[in-house]
Design a protein around this ligand. Structure first.
Ligand SMILES: *Cc1c(COP(=O)(O)O)cnc(C)c1O
Length: 406
């Protein structure tokens, strides 16, 4: 126990917070790299990375310095003015990708909301009001606003919130004939995650993505890649679409873009951007100097050959340690994903037990994630020290062993 009496404790959550989350039993108070400490001084290894947000770990010096520097300069001016950090970050994002134009927002859902509104606006201006259908995929996750939660393909998240927005259909992921059957000249957009993150770390098939691109072109529908989770180096390329050589019309990214500071971006081509002309869309905080200054430091740090190559090296370490666990204990029957977005899929006899594994891992001093009830997900810092991977996976193996021994 620490000497200092904490002024707040976990039990306060149940007294003062809306109960839409069920946070862990401890409160983290400090982080450095891939280690965090709780109120009592217990140290944990973080292989969860704030759910794929802390792409450079905790309190990375380059980010701390960018934030502190901007904090003493200018915080907010509104979109009545532009600002230097926003222009710098936008220019660098455009230089690094297919995109020519950037819109900043504050969360993944908001970036997707902007993307979907842009697609609807393009279709409406070019073809009139009937071309409004959005095709999404079963089990996808795109955020929690009323629009994005209904575009998402997990009904458990969208039930109970009143009338649904119209014109949204869901097709099975990686199913070529399903999307061939669903798409039509009424389709304004297809939205998908190049790797479905929340629902189980499921990568897209190359042939399916390529076919979706062709179908979008045939039907004048915009292709939106939701790279909120897969973006900013997570898969070992700056964006996952680069692995597939399939280019979207619109790309959204968020989580790792701010490394823990809230910021998201919608990237697109000049020919589509123009449809969101003055007054058609906006956000008070989007593109704020603090967020963009941090985002620029994140991009500068991640978008280097060393860091991106390091992601693939670290992926191999994780796969090796997971393979050892599988050989020793079973429990998982395969490992999927790309780069440092890794899903270990529970085998037949462990179905539904991802939450038990998370709890055991935490007790053993390592933080991991679920991706649905049957997948344990790892989304650590892209620059996690190999020693932290080794020690974290030792703790994880001990946690798995403790469950097997019971
Ligand atoms: C996390 C996530 C979102 C939602 O982002 P928020 O910042 O929570 O709004 C959207 N899409 C994907 C693929 C995500 O992983």
């Amino acid at each position: 126990m620490s000497m200092q009496q904490p002024r707040v404790e976990r039990a306060d959550f149940d007294r003062v917070m809306v109960p839409n989350y069920a946070p862990a039993g401890f409160i983290p108070v400090r982080g450095e790299g891939s280690r965090v400490w709780d109120q009592g001084g217990r140290e944990l290894i973080d292989l969860a990375g704030g759910i794929a947000v802390n792409g450079l770990g905790h309190c990375h010096p380059a980010l701390v310095s960018a934030l502190a520097k901007q904090a003493g300069k200018l915080w907010h001016m509104s979109n009545v003015f532009t600002n230097e950090p926003a222009l710098q970050l936008a220019r660098k994002l455009a230089e690094a990708t297919f995109a020519e134009r950037v819109f900043f927002a504050n969360s993944g859902a908001e970036a997707n909301e902007a993307a979907l509104k842009l697609a609807r606006k393009v279709a409406s201006d070019r073809f009139g009001g009937n071309k409004h259908e959005i095709i999404s995929t079963v089990n996808s996750f795109h955020g929690r606003t009323i629009f994005t939660v209904n575009v998402g393909g997990q009904p458990k998240y969208s039930e109970g919130f009143g009338p649904r927005p119209e014109g949204i259909t869901h097709v099975p992921y990686n199913d070529i004939s399903a999307i061939e059957a669903a798409i039509s000249d009424s389709t304004c957009a297809v939205i998908l995650e190049p790797i479905q993150g929340e629902s189980g770390v499921l990568p897209a098939d190359q042939a399916w993505l390529k076919r979706v691109r062709e179908l979008c072109d045939q039907h004048d529908a915009l292709l939106i890649f939701d790279e909120v989770q897969t973006g900013m180096g997570r898969t070992g390329k700056l964006f996952a679409y680069e692995h597939y050589h399939v280019t979207p019309d619109i790309l959204t990214t968020a989580k790792s873009l701010g490394g823990g500071f809230p910021i998201s971006a919608m990237l697109t081509l000049e020919r589509w951007a123009g449809y969101l002309n003055v007054g058609t869309h906006g956000t008070t905080f989007g593109g704020n100097p603090l967020a963009c200054a941090v985002g620029e430091a994140v991009l500068d740090t991640i978008n280097t050959p060393e860091v991106l190559a390091g992601v693939a090296e670290r992926e191999q370490l994780f796969r090796t340690y997971l393979q050892e666990i599988i050989e020793r204990h079973g429990v998982f029957d395969r490992v999927r994903g790309k780069g440092l977005l890794i899903g270990a899929v529970l085998n037949e006899s462990w179905q539904g037990r991802a939450a038990d594994i998370l709890a055991a891992a935490e007790a053993a001093g390592v933080l991991v994630l679920m991706a649905g009830p049957n997948v344990v997900r790892f989304a650590p810092s892209l620059v996690i020290e190999p020693d932290d991977i080794r020690e974290g996976m030792q703790r994880f193996a001990a946690a798995v062993k403790s469950l097997c021994d019971n």
